[in-house]
Design a protein around this ligand. Structure first.
Ligand SMILES: *[C@@H]1O[C@H](CO)[C@@H](O)[C@H](O)[C@H]1NC(C)=O
Length: 363
């Protein structure tokens, strides 16, 4: 069924789905780019591997400020706020963009978009562009950096792949400091280890209820992905990177640190039972739009996508494109190359606000 297509939307026929089809214009226009941008490897190199300034206050035309958050067990995570655009013109446009204010009828504050990076914790050009575009459209983007990531000191241990307890505390902190702002969330690649975990764990008591979440190129099955053999070049680059950042991190730092000591064999079945991103998927009570590309070389093949979840749950929607690579979705457009995924996610965040609670939850 995956032969010869440009775009497929897999979901239960709910009011939300038909609203999405009708009003999210960008969704129905899958990314189209010419060579070399169309090449998935080219997209990975330019979007994920291209050097960025780690921990810099000013990156990708965006100015950041930091909030460090002390967790209950002594760990520290960072909330990295994108506060302004360095380009004066873009900033002026932002001040007049209706985007964030669409969501403001309940409050005087723009909606906050919590951005969850991939598990390597690297600030990628892809992530920076997402911050840029989110800010430009009038939202407040905030990047959630895990323990030991994004310049955040590691005072305890790395967190496990699907352990959402730090994110739970961070979202509670955001909620208490910005009680009137709508909270939205989006994850990049393996950052999906946290987002659906969080939404499943908190269910309807999450601070993200009455809101929307999106996953760009998500890892659905942690164990499968972990065991999946990456193309050798990526495997090699991931190793180089990890050797450079610390003496002992692996591609999955949070895995290694949680493996019991030498004499004990790691208990992988139990580990994955507690860390699979979709372990509590049926508790999720927030629409989650997932964007995947068929030519993604960093994820297991599309045949492993949990299609039944998208057919049965009123909350999970899956858009599959033919082109896009991993967290690329480059498209040729007015004024250069942009990311289709970013435009879709922001349009979806805005559009959903138009739905009433009833329509949203009606199956
Ligand atoms: C998740 O992490 C927290 C904080 O480190 C820890 O207390 C908790 O036991 C972990 N949960 C699981 C299921 O491993």
């Amino acid at each position: 069924m995956w032969d010869l297509f440009l775009f497929i939307l897999i979901c239960k026929p709910t009011a939300l789905a038909s609203h999405l089809k009708k009003h999210c214009y960008t969704l129905a226009q899958p990314p189209l780019a010419r060579w070399p941008q169309a090449d998935p490897h080219f997209q990975i190199i330019t979007n994920l591997m291209w050097p960025t300034k780690e921990g810099a206050e000013l990156q990708g035309g965006v100015r950041f400020t930091w909030d460090n958050l002390l967790l209950k067990d002594g760990g520290i995570v960072a909330l990295d706020w994108a506060v302004s655009l360095t380009d004066q013109q873009a900033q002026a446009k932002r001040d007049h963009h209706p985007g964030g204010r669409f969501l403001c009828h309940r409050s005087s504050n723009p909606a906050i978009v919590v951005i969850i990076p991939n598990t390597l914790g690297r600030v990628t050009p892809h992530l920076l562009r997402l911050c840029y575009q989110t800010l430009q459209q009038g939202f407040y983007p905030v990047v959630f950096h895990r323990r030991g990531h994004g310049g955040c000191p590691l005072t305890t241990h790395y967190q496990k792949f699907g352990n959402a307890s730090d994110l739970v505390q961070a979202v509670a902190y955001l909620r208490s400091h910005h009680p009137t702002s709508t909270l939205l969330a989006v994850s990049e690649g393996s950052g999906s280890g946290l987002l659906p975990s969080y939404l499943g764990e908190c269910g309807s008591s999450s601070y993200l209820t009455h809101t929307y979440a999106a996953c760009i190129s998500p890892v659905f099955h942690g164990q499968l992905w972990f065991e999946y053999e990456l193309p050798w070049l990526y495997h090699w680059i991931a190793r180089m990177y990890r050797n450079r950042i610390t003496e002992c991190q692996t591609r999955w730092p949070m895995l290694e640190r949680t493996v019991p000591r030498l004499s004990m064999k790691p208990d992988w079945p139990t580990y994955w039972e507690r860390n699979e991103p979709l372990r509590d998927a049926n508790e999720v009570a927030v629409p989650v739009l997932c964007l995947c590309s068929q030519d993604d070389p960093l994820l297991p093949p599309l045949s492993t996508v949990p299609e039944a979840l998208f057919h049965n749950s009123p909350y999970f929607l899956l858009a599959v494109t033919e082109q896009g690579g991993h967290c690329g979705f480059m498209q040729d457009g007015h004024g250069g190359t942009t990311s289709w995924s970013h435009s879709v996610v922001l349009e979806y965040f805005r559009m959903n606000e138009g739905l009433t609670g009833l329509e949203r939850h009606e199956g």
